[in-house]
Design a binder for this molecule. Structure first.
Ligand code: MN
Length: 202
């Protein structure tokens, strides 16, 4: 498995997750690996009111949550490209995490599950489906989300060139029937889809 990951040039593991946290001092989930969430993989978008407010966009892949921090959150407008900074893989249990991380700990601040649901990985090359790790390596990932607030196609596009660092991607709504330039769900729909709380109420 590890050899396979190296061959593809993509790692999915929770070493950095553990390294960054004192798991006895934060209410965040431990780092149990490999628990599948069900028939379809899931995505989750967590609003995180840390020192810099952002949304964490996570996709279930190979037993972990691949993660990006999106400062402005997802847009439903296909003309809006949102910066998405790749962060460490998170354990699957994190998908339901809401709570208050102590200020002095890594990522200190309040977290809610802003949206969640099944998703499909749909990246193709020359008209044929390719694996998630191939898409990640190529720097262009196509997905289909079925959340309560966010749905339809999205693209994650890795940036390259001297003005971009290696962890910077753009998250963009595909131009499909679910696109809507007028909706601003990150402003108008602030409540957790799990608890109904806003991030201020956590
Ligand atoms: Mn975060």
């Amino acid at each position: 498995m590890l050899l396979c990951s190296f061959t593809l040039g993509v790692m999915t593991d929770l070493k950095n997750y553990k390294k960054k946290r004192q798991l006895d001092k934060t209410p965040e989930p431990g780092s149990s690996e490999g628990k599948s969430s069900g028939d379809k993989p899931i995505f989750v978008i967590q609003e995180h009111d840390a020192s810099t407010h952002h949304f964490d966009f996570r996709l279930e892949v190979d037993g972990v949550l691949k993660s990006w921090a999106v400062p402005k959150g997802p847009s439903t407008d296909p003309s809006e490209k949102r910066l998405a900074v790749e962060t460490e893989d998170h354990p699957l249990d994190y998908a339901d995490f809401e709570g208050s991380i102590p200020e002095e700990e890594y990522g200190g601040g309040q977290v809610i599950v802003w949206d969640q649901g099944p998703y499909e990985h749909r990246t193709e090359r020359d008209g044929k489906a390719i694996s998630f790790s191939e898409a990640e390596e190529k720097g262009h990932i196509s997905i289909w989300l079925e959340g309560e607030k966010i749905s339809g196609g999205y693209e994650l596009i890795k940036m390259s060139g001297k003005n971009w660092s290696d962890d910077q991607w753009l998250l963009k709504k595909s131009d499909d029937a679910e696109a809507d330039a007028r909706r601003k769900p990150t402003n108008t729909e602030p409540k957790s889809v799990l608890s109904g709380r806003t991030v201020e109420e956590v």
